[in-house]
Ligand binder design. Sequence first.
Ligand code: AVI
Length: 356
Amino acid sequence: MDAFFASPEPQICRSLREACAGQGPRIVRAPAGADPVRDFARSSARGLVSVPRRLESRFLYDAAGSALFDRITVQPEYYLTRTETSILAANASRIRDLTGPATLVELGSGSAAKTDFLLRAWLDRAPKVCYLPVDVSVSALTGACSRIGARHPGARVVGVNCQYREAFPLLSLLSPALVLFLGSSIGNFTPGAMSSFLAALAGAMRPGDFLLLGVDLVKDASLLEAAYNDQAGVTAKFTRNLFARMNRELGCAIDTDAIEHVARYSADREQIEISGRFTRQQTFLLDPPGRLITIPKGDAVRTEISRKFTLQQVIPDLERCGFATEEVYSDERRWFALLLLRRLPRYSPQTAGRGK
Ligand code: AVI
């Protein structure tokens, strides 16, 4: 069981109450758990010797990675952000009508650029709205909080600096809530991790609360591959930054110029698969845990998957995880979809995802 659920009043809930009452900081943090550098080192040591080699994609988003991701979102080939923003702009008012005056909680908010439309729709109907962006990157969160606060004086903004799941105990305190999980970030989970994440989210939400979920839809492979191989090379830098982060934080001395970004679409698995391929053999020390790693020339280290969805498959999957689909919004080309979901009245996380 998650330590947060075991505790009757987790520290993060107390910090949030203080911040919302205007007494504490505007950014609340999860209490220090595992040492983040050790966590990164352990996970990397495990992943680099596994078959196939891999690194966890959550480590892509340090300050440099978050800034690079912001640049990815404005590349001409990366249609996801633009398309989702246009869908939000067209439907924010409708979403507000259906959800009512809920608190907005955004998981993985990044720079929170898309949220403006929702905040405007909320503030068109009431003088105040409460908005809680949740992000692991403190730099992205600080930027988002000050930008949103300056742009929407009616918004009470409290940033939550933690991993997604660490924010789940807050959700029942914030009901009625609309949880935002945008950008097709759900596509960065494996199918099993996606089911377990959604089941835990449904378990933490109150019946009747809403989830607005962005999903990138299956489409022509050439469009998908272009989106993850932008001409300006920003996505390649984003991939290499993960190895550069190992140098910065774990003292690895990897030559990142000898790592090639590879992003291919697997039609069978309906996912983009991204790796860093070593163009020459490299041996480096990972410390902690003091382990010498050799990666031969030509070997690839998987850094990310980005799954693409069909509505026919995803809607029943969501239902199994505790969410009923209220409405689906999409663009003219049917490239991207936003699903407005409602937490089912009766749902037990224990039974979610069984038989998958
Ligand atoms: C955050 N996530 C939804 C992005 C995606 O499209 O899967 C991450 C990304 N990686 C490379 N480009 C974008």
